[in-house]
Design a protein around this ligand. Structure first.
Ligand SMILES: [Zn+2]
Length: 277
């Protein structure tokens, strides 16, 4: 971002709100596409997000050197962080009326969302990838074997003697067996993984403060978090930048009403610079 350059289309250009949004350029930032009133509302939303964040934002969480998911024994240390596990956390929007709130559940229109990146070790990543793909793979394989078997003449013809629909029923049974086996394998793997890893937000020490502040992971219904893994940290987006504490302190200091004031001052400054040119 070219700091110090005033974008007349954006009320928050080069402000702490801009720092938290951490966009590569004004062209790629959602703020510059909004009308001034919408920008104020978006700025207010950022203020509500900030109010619900730990003092240093997400910086301490994403910059940790040790794996956030390892659950080491007494004399063991967590693994060294080698990748980032990405996922989203939601929070009920404070302006949503009580009757529209669904506590702990994500409802797009009633929630605030932040991207969270947890440093993780390769061992934890392998275990989770096994959990994500192995049960599904086994289920699909069993169903595919059923399909292949019932397509073979040597199997299909003897089966049709009992009724023309029998081969199809055998295939359906293989699909059901596939689903059941996938569920069993999934449960077994989950139990095994949970002995050596923290997979739920409430058990991940790095997320405890966020959870205490009302944030919950968005995604699976079984309480486990669905991660996608990246080699590097995200280089742009809300709360992905460095020095978050400084921007957070300023935004907290401005307060909710300060959003409009910051917007007004920024626009006035942009106008002054334009008339001086
Ligand atoms: Zn680990």
């Amino acid at each position: 971002m070219e700091k110090g350059l005033y974008n007349p289309d954006c009320a928050f250009c080069d402000s702490p709100y801009c720092a938290l949004l951490n966009q590569k350029s004004c062209k790629k930032c959602c703020m510059s596409k909004l009308e001034p009133e919408e920008q104020i509302k978006a700025g207010e939303d950022i203020f509500f997000v900030v109010e619900a964040l730990p003092e240093n934002g997400l910086e301490d969480i994403m910059n940790a050197k040790e794996c956030a998911l390892c659950r080491p024994g007494e004399d063991e240390a967590p693994g060294e962080a080698q990748r980032y596990a990405q996922f989203d956390m939601g929070h009920i929007h404070p302006l949503v009326p009580a009757d529209q709130k669904e506590n702990g559940r994500y409802k797009r229109a009633a929630s605030m969302v932040i991207p969270v990146q947890l440093p993780v070790c390769d061992d934890c990543r392998h275990k989770l990838n096994l959990l994500y793909y192995l049960p599904l793979g086994i289920g699909v394989l069993i169903a595919a074997l059923g399909l292949v078997a019932t397509s073979l003449e040597a199997v299909r013809i003897p089966l049709t003697r009992y009724g023309r629909i029998i081969p199809f029923l055998v295939f359906l049974i293989s699909v059901c067996i596939g689903v059941i086996v996938a569920c069993i394998v999934n449960r077994m793997l989950r139990r095994r993984i949970e002995r050596s890893m923290n997979t739920r937000a409430k058990r991940i020490p790095a997320l405890l403060e966020l959870v205490k502040n009302g944030w919950f992971p968005i995604g699976r219904k079984d309480g486990m978090i669905s991660f996608s893994f990246t080699k590097e940290k995200l280089d742009s987006g809300l709360l992905t930048g460095e020095n978050q504490r400084e921007a957070l302190e300023k935004i907290r200091g401005f307060g909710r009403e300060g959003v409009a004031l910051v917007a007004e001052n920024t626009l006035k400054r942009a106008e002054r610079e334009q008339s001086a040119e």
